[in-house]
Write a protein of this length. Sequence first.
Length: 131
Amino acid sequence: MVKEDKKLKILLIDDDRFLLDMYSLKFKKSELEVDTSSSSLSALEKLRTGGFYDIILLDIIMPGMDGLELLKVIRAEKLSPDSTIVMLTNQADDFEKVKQFNVDGYIIKATTIPSEVVDQVLAIYKNKINN
């Protein structure tokens, strides 16, 4: 559990509704405030209209604008610049591509159970704010 002065706010971005619901539930049980987007465009709308998130967790493979394209826009437009950004994907081969975007973490869905995802994301967040 995260014991902070404020509840951490996370934005989960994934086109798979089942995964969004499952991860949302897991993060809520860890006392995080959770917002979800099932597309890059809806996530951009939230970010462009002043949505601030402590953590942004995004998938790479999504229809339309994929997670890497979304990340390029987030960086180019300086949206939520202080957010911890973690890629949550099944694309193990994309790790080298993602490194150029200075993400804070990279988690492979297929090899990580949901409770471990929560633990890893929180560890990545704490490591970033403590450095």
